[in-house]
Design a protein around this ligand. Structure first.
Ligand code: NAD
Length: 461
């Protein structure tokens, strides 16, 4: 029997058209960056034809998927298991708040002018394909937060996760793709590569179809994206000081500082990294901190700790995000029950206050008065413009600190995490853009502002 070639070709074309899209097979994970970006580019074009109601449904599907208890459990336990950093219960809380609280489509508020010359609007419009680079310290929280924000804004996203969080990041991207596929979103709105690496990140950053870069990480990657020649958001390192003056409620301040500086074993870029306190209250503050779960290291323990956790380049990676109990055990100290934070009084030049350690170890510097405390806090923040905290009842000094330190987040009389919406007002984010000024990013941060002018008509005033 002979088969007509044209009929055969047509039949194959029809069968292929009915096959599911590639991503329903690979769930957004591609072997190389070029294929991942090609798929995300196709997806972003298809996404343009979907309605805002569709976008809302897709964002809700991501929230629902990430909030399933078994997924929250998995992300929290696996983040600690794979990266070796952080605290499971705190990661659970961070994952939950990222999925629940990251703003959605409602963040894109249109501006309008109407008058004799007609009607002009400015709308938030997508960039197209966004390249997002994510850190080890908040691997899944950042992927959830960036995905919701970037998709709500109408973009597709190519992720470059940290290689040390590879397995979990790939798992999460697959889950998000499955959730989006189930509600009929274009396939491959969220993609990555099977082997995240610096080479793949570089390929992503230089690809002409990636229109915007968003880097959440340390100073190296922020500098790299800002040198890319593309629109870039840099969410970089911090070294948040907490100032305590003589007017503060010391019991409350001590609890807030222990809570904030031990949260997720001090991994958050926003967590209290050093304390500057006035001489008249330092001893009482330390006493109260111990009552709330801190351990004050002796001079001998301080020397051993410094030897253990600080190297020529600052914090030693292998100790980042480890619990206080493990650090104390390693230097041969007794571990008090319930210890969450190690505190020690040091000079202002000590590495424990100069470097972003990301460990539950807090150097405390004693200063004569509140004005010297504010000046030193500004110095120790190193111009990162990231986060600062102050405990005081003196509004004049609270105001002075805020004006001088110029940080993106400034928390007054609370723990640092109140600044990202945990126990404080305002929405959460896990990409805090200090250097480039977007602040606490939300969907509008990932948009272009576009003006449409209708001349002469549509003004009904
Ligand atoms: P990191 O800088 O080591 O890595 C961040 C990301 O950048 C990773 O995906 C990594 O693979 C990539 N990367 C790093 N150097 C690169 C290079 N030269 N070329 C290409 N890719 C590169 O940071 P980390 O240890 O994962 O995270 C901790 C740091 O991130 C801390 O400094 C913390 O303060 C900061 N951080 C900032 C925010 C914020 O919102 N501002 C949030 C979380 C973490």
């Amino acid at each position: 029997m002979s088969i007509d070639t044209a009929v055969l070709e047509e039949t194959i074309r029809r069968v292929l058209a009915k096959l599911p899209e590639a991503s329903s097979g690979n769930d957004g994970v591609f072997v190389d960056m070029d294929s991942a970006i090609a798929a995300a580019t196709k997806a972003s074009r298809e996404y343009l034809s979907r309605s805002l109601a569709d976008r809302r449904r897709y964002v809700q599907a991501i929230r629902d998927c990430m909030l399933r208890p078994e997924n929250l459990d998995y992300m929290s336990t696996q983040a600690v298991a794979e990266t070796g950093m952080g605290d499971v219960s705190h990661k659970y809380l961070k994952n939950k708040i990222a999925a629940e609280g990251t703003p959605g489509v409602e963040d894109l508020v249109t501006e309008a002018w109407s008058g004799d010359n007609g009607l002009t609007t400015v709308e938030y419009s997508p960039f197209g394909v966004v390249g997002a680079i994510t850190p080890t310290t908040n691997p899944t929280e950042t992927i959830t937060c960036n995905t919701i924000g970037m998709l709500a804004a109408g973009n597709s996203v190519v992720f470059s996760p940290h290689p040390r969080a590879k397995n979990l990041s790939l798992w999460q991207i697959r889950k998000i793709n499955q959730a989006l596929h189930a509600v009929g979103a274009p396939d491959n709105l969220v993609v990555t590569v099977a082997e995240p690496s610096i080479e793949n990140t570089n390929a992503m950053m230089s690809h002409p179809d990636v229109r915007m870069l968003v880097a959440t990480g340390g100073p190296g990657i922020v500098k790299t994206v800002l040198s890319s020649g593309k629109k870039a958001i840099g969410a970089g390192a911090g070294n948040p000081p907490v100032v305590v003056d003589a007017t503060a409620d010391l019991d409350h301040a001590a609890k807030c500082i222990v809570d904030g500086a031990s949260f997720d074993n001090n991994l958050p870029c926003t967590a209290e990294k050093e304390c500057v306190a006035v001489d008249s209250i330092v001893d009482l503050l330390k006493f109260k901190m111990v009552q709330h779960g801190a351990y004050e290291a002796s001079a001998e323990e301080l020397a051993k700790l410094e030897q253990l956790i600080v190297g020529p380049k600052g914090a030693k990676t292998e100790w980042v995000g480890k619990p206080a109990s493990q650090l104390l055990k390693e230097i041969g100290s007794q571990v008090p029950v319930g210890v969450r934070l190690i505190i020690c009084e040091v000079s202002k030049d000590h590495p424990f206050v100069q470097h972003e350690l990301m460990m539950p170890v807090l150097g405390i510097v004693r200063v004569p008065d509140v004005d010297s405390a504010i000046d030193l806090a500004c110095e120790l923040e190193h111009g990162n413009r990231h986060t600062a905290i102050m405990h005081s009842k003196d509004v004049t000094k609270l105001t002075k600190m805020g004006k001088l330190i110029q940080t993106t987040i400034y928390v007054k009389n609370g723990p640092s995490f109140a600044g990202i919406g945990i126990g404080g007002e305002g929405y959460p984010t896990f990409t805090i853009a200090g250097p480039t000024g977007e602040g606490l990013t939300s969907p509008r941060s990932f948009c272009r502002r576009r003006r449409c002018a209708m001349v002469g008509e549509l003004n009904v005033r």
